[in-house]
Write a protein that binds this ligand. Structure first.
Ligand code: CP
Length: 312
């Protein structure tokens, strides 16, 4: 693996899931693979899980990890040919090349603006770092994708499924803030790669990018969609068509124990209790959100291991 930008960099996905589960069983089986190699993680936005699980994955492989919160660094310029006499102090061309002097792998988190669809879809930060860095790049959640989360989600479905072809439903839920579509986008892309029965439910106006959801049934009736589900993956996202807007905060879309039935509850976290999902679900035995978060380590470890094997 040269870099990890989207889920298709995993290669054959069922094989990648199997290998990540094997890594989870023996996480310290490759303690020297990353010896004298450094992972630099750049965070333009906050994180709990991604930061800690990726650092843990790096340490399991013997790597050093360094974190830079970009709020503590110079404002970067991304436009080619710009006259930098305003607020940006350093161009990504220098920044990416300089960081490459200190890093063997660069991992980046950079959320979308949710105000400029074209710029967000161009993935300005990730694309420019991938272009100018001289080392591999890992996507820790970009403007439109969260491929490490989706990989952990797929591992979790594989571990918890009790039917060969489980029914998985992605359900939108309300949230007081406008959130990116990145988790939902990568989850849909990942579920399309698995042998499952998959559908999406959300209020009208919350359709994701039509190319991503092509071929997937979409229901506007949440209760009907959730019937007989084995897994209910819940996530809020802002509107894609009315870009970045909150069109509904209808609390009837909150996931309740009654709606969940016997299904397993999944969410990438962080989650707002009693807004997105009621306490009874999160505190109940069908919630697998902690196991899902645990799998972030092994998803990241699989990716780092494969990149290290390529550059070693
Ligand atoms: N799920 C996830 O990416 O969590 P963090 O934002 O805490 O990293």
């Amino acid at each position: 693996m040269k870099s990890y930008i989207n889920i298709h960099d995993l290669g054959t996905i069922p094989e990648a899931i199997e290998k990540a589960i094997a890594l989870k069983e023996k996480p310290h089986a490759h303690p020297s693979l990353g010896k004298h190699k450094t992972l630099v993680m750049l965070f333009f936005n906050a994180s709990l899980r991604t930061r800690l699980s990726t650092e843990k994955a790096a340490r399991n492989l013997g790597m050093d990890a360094m974190v830079l919160n970009l709020s503590d660094a110079w404002n970067l310029e991304y436009e080619d040919g710009s006259i930098m006499n305003l607020n940006t102090a350093e161009h990504v061309k220098e920044a990416a090349k300089v960081i490459s002097q200190y890093a063997d792998i660069i991992a980046i988190r950079a959320f979308p603006s949710l105000s400029d669809k074209q710029k967000d879809e161009a993935e300005q930060v990730l694309t420019n770092f991938a272009k100018y860095a001289t080392v591999p790049v890992v996507n820790l959640e970009s403007a439109t994708a969260h491929p490490l989360q989706a990989f952990a989600d797929a591992i979790t479905v594989e571990e918890f499924k009790i039917r060969k072809r489980p029914k998985v439903v992605l359900s939108w839920a309300p949230h007081p803030k406008a959130l990116p579509q990145s988790v939902a986008n990568s989850f849909v892309r990942m579920m399309k790669e698995l042998d499952i029965e998959f559908s999406i439910t959300h209020p009208e106006g919350y359709e994701l990018h039509p190319k991503i959801t092509e071929g997937i049934p979409v229901h506007y009736d949440q209760e009907e969609a959730l019937e007989n589900a084995d897994f209910v993956y819940t996530k809020n996202w802002s509107s894609y068509s009315d870009y970045g807007q909150i069109l509904s905060t209808d609390s009837n879309w909150m996931i309740t124990q009654n709606k969940l039935g016997k299904a397993k509850f999944m969410h990438c976290l962080p989650v707002r209790r009693n807004v997105v999902v009621e306490d009874a679900v999160l505190d109940g035995e069908n919630s697998i959100v902690i196991e899902q978060a645990n799998n972030r380590t092994y998803a990241a470890q699989f990716v780092l291991k494969n990149i290290l094997e390529t550059i070693s």
